[in-house]
Design a protein around this ligand. Structure first.
Ligand code: ATP
Ligand code: MG
Length: 186
């Protein structure tokens, strides 16, 4: 469902990725390890389509479609979802509201939050004072609401803790949509 061919990416003048090839088929889980600063987050951000990451060569295909220069919101609509290493705190926006915004369709927020032990955080501003692991669970909850087909996890394996082992097994990702592919970086 995701295919990357000979990708090259710059941030400003700096070349960060060179000759990257990757294929993730439906139902597959891929995990990428690498030293700090090697470009893992850059790869995920480029797949998601953040404009500060300039593709200077190569192509990215998702579900057979060339998405190399597609804007983020169209990639999200096509079914790519991402958890961030450092998502922003947004004062005045409750976690519950954020989950509703992310949701593909009408969603039972309580029920979804229970799957990642997150009910008690729903009335708190998103990410405000959350611990590292709590931020990750909040990200996971938003992804579950989005029901994406391809999930991109940045530094999720190291912060989710024993209570969220279900993350790795795959919790009930919404009612109808099983995970169809995932890509984890550490
Ligand atoms: N906006 C930016 N401006 C300049 N350099 C940047 C920018 N963003 C990232 N870089 C550099 O690009 C390189 C790759 O960064 P990236 O965040 O992709 O690494 P990473 O593999 O995810 O590292 P970590 O394991 O620490 O999360 C790093 O050297 C980083 O400093
Ligand atoms: Mg990183």
């Amino acid at each position: 469902m995701l295919r990357i061919e000979d990708l090259q990416v710059k941030i400003g003048d700096r070349e960060v990725l060179k000759h990257i090839d990757l294929e993730i088929r439906e139902g597959e889980t891929h995990i990428l390890f690498g030293p700090n600063g090697s470009g893992k987050t850059t790869l995920l951000m480029t797949i998601m389509g953040y404009p500060q990451y300039t593709v200077t060569a190569g192509k990215i295909f998702f579900k057979g479609e060339d998405i190399t220069y597609m804007p983020i919101y169209e990639r999200a609509r096509l079914g790519i979802g991402m958890s961030f290493q450092r998502p922003p705190t947004i004062h005045g926006l409750k976690t519950r509201q954020m989950v509703r915004i992310c949701a593909k369709k009408e969603v039972d927020v309580e029920n979804l939050a229970a799957k990642v032990n997150f009910e008690e955080f729903l009335e708190r501003d998103i990410n405000a004072g959350f611990s590292g692991g709590e931020i990750k669970r909040s990200e996971l909850l938003q992804l579950m609401a989005q029901e994406a087909d391809l999930l991109l996890f940045d530094a999720m394996l190291n912060r989710t803790g024993p209570k969220s082992r279900c993350v790795r097994r795959g919790p009930g990702w919404g009612s109808s949509s099983p995970i169809r592919g995932s890509f984890w970086i550490t």
